[in-house]
Ligand binder design. Structure first.
Ligand code: ADP
Length: 447
């Protein structure tokens, strides 16, 4: 039995078992002894037999006690070994299928299960430790007194301190207390001893040993933002280069040909026509460049929305009146007013309808427009019956266009406007038939 158990109940139990065993044999012993002592046997014979009976009686009672107590002690040894984390002990019953063997087998299975669980927990902890050490996100945990209980390598680097100097100190002492106030998910511009920049902050709570703890995760966003910026610049330079080259290459080559034409002596007969044709091309290419630069300026200079009140049905009616390249079916939704910049939202819808009408006009199809409330959002859906989207990855890349006279900024502007209003815009192929569906999401109420 477990050594920490009080001694009294153990003795009491063992004594009780011995007394029960003695009690079981007592009537028979008493009857045999009374028969023996009332018989006509010699006193010597009576004494010898009585001693033998008593020795057997007590001996068997003690043997029965041992039979019961010993397996219990073995079981107790196994349990205390499990308690100490030793899973090597196996129990073997005397006979397969008897009650003791069943108990021993169940105890062995329990030992195997605990062993497997302990191994799993050890492996999971080791994995967690490795992940914590390797990730470049700083992780801190604080107990209910706001004292630091755990910090990973990135956290030590962020605070430029060794773990011994940090553990046990309060969040205020190590300069992290401010993150526990305000929103648990936010970004923050901040200088730490180990680096400065833009950080993503996440705070959550968990319980350990029944006490509340807090987990603080600080992620460096600067690098990710720089990567994104770099990608955007690369895209922009690629598109700008492409556009400029499209206009400048023909201008240069035509200017060269015209120079040769007017240098000729005598001048060719049709020099006037050729010169005019060349100048026309130069003019049209220059106009296209100007258009391109204007659209670039529009994209770069989009002001923040001036939020007023927009009556949804009226806004949609205005925008649809301006588009006549394909028939537009409006499935009216609820009458409501939303907070928004009327001009920007009108521009947005005009762009979406223009794209949808151009796409539908290709196949002689129609455009469907509908709106409804979905949770906190007003959702406006514009479906067309055009060819659908060939290259979804590039749709929102500035200046990406598949149209000969397209600018490639319509969708980017639309998304910027939607996001400026706290909403979003998606454009995907329809699942029910060929065509595309744009879904605009705008908060239906002021937040
Ligand atoms: P633009 O219309 O000037 O090309 P946009 O930014 O509005 O510029 O659109 C970019 C590209 O996205 C288009 O050239 C076209 O390839 C694709 N696109 C936009 N809307 C649709 C649509 N409804 N169906 C199919 N393709 C579309």
């Amino acid at each position: 039995m477990n050594s920490r158990e009080p001694a009294e109940p153990r003795i009491a139990f063992e004594t009780r078992i011995t007394l029960f065993a003695l009690a079981a044999g007592a009537p028979a012993v008493a009857a045999t002894l009374s028969l023996l002592w009332t018989s006509s046997q010699t006193a010597r014979w009576q004494w010898t037999l009585s001693a033998a009976i008593l020795i057997c009686w007590i001996g068997f009672a003690l043997a029965a006690r041992n039979r019961l107590i010993r397996p219990l002690q073995t079981l107790s040894n196994l349990l205390s070994a499990l308690h100490e984390g030793d899973f090597s002990i196996r129990l073997r019953g005397s006979k397969r299928g008897d009650a003791l063997d069943d108990v021993f087998r169940e105890a062995n299975t329990l030992s195997d299960t605990l062993h497997a669980q302990r191994l799993g927990a050890v492996e999971a902890t080791a994995l967690l430790r490795t992940v914590m050490a390797e990730i470049d996100v700083a992780v801190f945990t604080f107990d209910d007194e706001a004292r630091l209980r755990l910090v990973n390598r990135a956290g030590e680097q962020l605070l430029a301190s060794a773990p011994e100097a940090l553990l046990g100190r309060t969040a205020a002492e190590i300069g992290l207390a401010e993150f526990f106030e305000g929103s648990p998910h936010r970004t923050s511009e901040r200088a730490f001893p180990g680096g400065s920049g833009r950080w993503g902050i996440r705070v959550s709570t968990f319980r350990e040993d029944g006490r509340p703890h807090r987990l603080l995760v600080i992620e460096d966003l600067t690098r990710a933002l720089r990567e994104e910026e770099l990608q955007a610049w690369k895209r922009l330079v690629r598109v700008l280069g492409h556009e400029l080259n499209n206009s400048l290459a023909p201008i240069r080559s035509i200017a060269g040909s015209l120079a040769k034409l007017v240098e000729r002596d005598p001048l060719a007969e049709d020099w006037r026509d050729d010169t005019l044709r060349g100048l026309n091309v130069i003019e049209s290419r220059s106009e296209s460049l100007t258009r391109f630069l204007e659209s670039y300026a529009r994209l770069a200079k989009l002001p923040p929305p001036r939020i007023g009140t927009v009556e949804v049905a009226q806004w949609i009616r205005h925008a649809t009146l301006l588009e006549n390249r394909a028939p537009i079916d409006v499935a009216a939704g609820p009458e409501l007013k939303i907070p928004g910049d009327g001009d920007q939202l009108e521009q947005l819808l005009i762009n979406l309808l223009a794209n949808a009408a151009e796409a539908s006009a290709e196949s002689g199809g129609r455009v469907e427009l509908s709106w409804h409330i979905h949770g906190p959002w007003l959702e406006v859906s514009v479906r067309d019956e055009g060819p659908g989207i060939a290259n979804p990855a590039n749709l929102f890349v500035p200046f990406f266009t598949t149209k000969p006279r397209g600018s490639g900024i319509g969708l980017v502007l639309c998304r910027q406007i939607a996001e400026g209003h706290g909403g979003g815009l998606t454009l995907e192929n329809r699942v029910d038939r060929a065509g595309a569906e744009a879904v605009l999401r705008i908060p239906a109420a002021r937040r």
